[in-house]
Design a protein around this ligand. Structure first.
Ligand code: E4P
Length: 215
């Protein structure tokens, strides 16, 4: 399973990249806005740090606007993936970008039929939002399982990227369900390597060593 970081914060991206386990980055307009910097410049800076796919979202909601912005985003770097909304206009833009050889990530996916259509349109990634479904009393993980089954039934090549991850158990469940990619906030990536028994066990090993051998 590929691991992307879900942030536009350069320091977090560099730290995660230094861990040696980072396969890509997802951004969205809200994440870049938080950084209070130029939108395009920040995307270019991220692409300088990470070799893997970097999702860059369009702001336009109409087909022509998405095509114009998407082409601009794609010129930033070779590893840019144009992020489009899972709407009818987004679907049309996905098909057009795919035929031009530009990779897309269809975001804000909340039901299996959106995922079915974006796979047919040739998307590189589809982004179902687990956490936001949980927030409104639906089971986000069920969406991941349903999309996995549909994609496997028909051999669709679109990668299933689980987004809106809120805690480590989301990642365990995504791995068990066969998600191709998870995109994870930095704080949750850090939590993935934490266990209280690791910390207390390590503390005891060091204390026992010092008692027996000094130092
Ligand atoms: C990533 O592509 C999504 O934009 C992101 O995971 C959304 O997460 P949120 O629901 O925590 O905002």
């Amino acid at each position: 399973m590929d691991l992307y970081i879900d942030t536009a914060n350069l320091d977090e991206i560099k730290q995660a990249n230094d861990m040696g386990v980072l396969d890509g980055v997802t951004t969205n307009p809200s994440l870049i806005a938080k950084e209070k910097t130029d939108y395009t410049r920040r995307l270019a800076e991220i692409c300088e740090v990470v070799d893997g796919p970097v999702s860059a979202e369009v702001i336009a909601t109409d087909f022509e606007g998405m095509m114009k912005e998407g082409r601009q985003r794609a010129k930033i770097a070779d590893n840019i993936v144009v992020k489009l909304p899972s709407t009818l206009a987004g679907l049309k833009a996905c098909k057009a970008f795919t035929s031009e050889g530009i990779r897309t990530n269809l975001t804000l996916c909340f039901q299996p039929l959106q995922a079915l259509l974006v796979a047919k349109a040739g998307a590189f990634l589809v982004s179902p939002f687990i956490g936001r479904l949980d927030d409104v009393g639906e089971e986000g993980m069920e969406l991941i399982r349903r999309i996995r089954t549909i994609y496997d039934n028909y051999g669709y090549e679109t990668k299933l990227l689980a987004a809106s991850i809120r805690h480590p158990m989301h990642i365990v469940d995504c791995a068990l369900a066969g998600a191709d990619v998870v995109t994870v906030p930095f704080s949750v990536i850090q939590q993935m390597m934490k266990h209280p028994l690791t910390d207390s066990g390590l503390e005891k090993f060091v204390a026992d060593y010092k008692k027996a051998f000094g130092g």
